[in-house]
Design a protein around this ligand. Structure first.
Ligand SMILES: [Zn+2]
Length: 208
């Protein structure tokens, strides 16, 4: 029987222990990065992604805006992490279309909870480690059930790994629309998915 080490305090969903273990280290993204030529090419993107985030952390975000959440220890540009690859495409798109947004990084669990409850934030893109039912923020799991309490978001994108089962952000009632799958994710997959999402925004299929 699979040993579990952590469960959602609200719905009782248990994440398998191997997921919790993988969250402690570089995780699955690091595993794939070290094994694929294509992924290595993507890996070299990360410094320019970081530079874009550093120079454009927000646009007109005093009132209603879109949140880009990035799990990051310390300052944004100090580690060569691929976890936020794909966020650069969103930032470029939002700047081009004068769409208010703000990058939230190096945040604590309490701030994550307040982002989901904040009525000024209409949609949220999460770049982090995680499972289908939760996000690793500041070294601990924040389960989607724990983020309830505010009005529904228009859109939540779980751009973190989504294995382990349990309810997604839409399934717990946090958002009207979402992106969430059931498996691990790589930065290359995230980049491709963000391109698809941008097309759907252009077509009016996704309202942020
Ligand atoms: Zn739960």
């Amino acid at each position: 029987m699979e040993k579990t080490v952590k469960k959602c305090p609200v719905c009782g969903h248990k994440a398998p222990s191997w997921i919790i273990e993988s969250l402690k280290g570089k995780g699955v993204i690091g595993f794939f990065e070290s094994r694929s030529k294509e992924m290595k090419k993507i890996y070299s993107l990360s410094p320019s992604v970081q530079e874009l985030i550093r120079t454009n952390p927000e646009y007109n975000a005093q009132e209603k805006h879109i949140a880009i959440v990035i799990e990051n220890k310390g300052e944004i540009c100090q580690s060569r992490d691929v976890i936020y690859d794909g966020s650069h495409l969103l930032i470029e798109y939002f700047l081009k279309h004068k769409e208010p947004y703000k990058v939230y990084h190096n945040i604590k669990k309490a701030e994550l909870i307040s982002l989901f409850k904040n009525p000024k934030i209409t949609s949220i893109f999460v770049f982090a480690h995680g499972t289908r039912h939760g996000i690793k923020i500041d070294g601990q799991m924040s389960f989607y059930c724990e983020l309830k309490g505010g009005a529904k978001k228009n859109y939540v994108a779980q751009m973190h790994c989504n294995p382990g089962g349990g309810m997604s952000s839409k399934e717990v009632g946090l958002t009207k629309k979402e992106f969430a799958d059931n498996s691990t994710r790589t930065s290359l997959q995230n980049i491709k998915k963000i391109k698809e999402i941008i097309k759907l925004i252009d077509q009016g299929e996704i309202i942020l």
